[in-house]
Design a protein around this ligand. Structure first.
Ligand SMILES: [Zn+2]
Ligand SMILES: [Zn+2]
Length: 141
């Protein structure tokens, strides 16, 4: 898969059933829709019910960030805010629901937010995502 930012070939990173694409040049990360569900669960969105269709129909976040194109279908992605101000992270979401894109610095930002939350007991998949991201990105920082 080609990085939507710098057009480098991204690498597959896999750990504990979670797979994502990582750009070694700009440190961006692509999650496909399934990994996205695990990630959202890990952020506590399970409780409030925030499945992918709701994200896709939510209003776009106001931001100066440049639009990116989905690495799967090539359509321009929507800017969406995850988390709570002032700690929110602006991510790019494919309007077709293929997945979402984190710019390089955003993953670290998200991890710091996740680290502040105590993962709910029994939320194994969410913990796996956090552990996974920590392992992958601490090594790269
Ligand atoms: Zn890149
Ligand atoms: Zn797409």
């Amino acid at each position: 898969m080609i990085c939507p930012v710098c057009k480098s070939d991204m690498i597959d990173v896999e750990h504990a059933d979670i797979e994502l694409e990582y750009c070694v040049s700009c440190h961006g990360v692509w999650f496909d829709a399934e990994e996205l569900e695990l990630l959202l669960g890990s952020m506590g969105f399970d409780d409030h019910g925030l499945p992918l269709p709701d994200i896709l129909h939510a209003p776009e976040a106001p931001t100066e960030e440049k639009k990116r194109r989905c690495p799967i279908c090539g359509q321009k992605m929507k800017k969406m805010a995850l988390g709570v101000k002032p700690e929110e992270v602006i991510i790019d979401v494919c309007p077709q629901g293929h997945g979402l894109w984190f710019e390089g610095g955003e993953v670290g930002h998200l991890l710091r937010q996740l680290a502040k939350k105590q993962p709910a007991a029994g939320d194994k998949s969410g913990q796996r995502v956090v552990t996974f991201l920590g392992e992958v990105f601490h090594a790269q920082d």
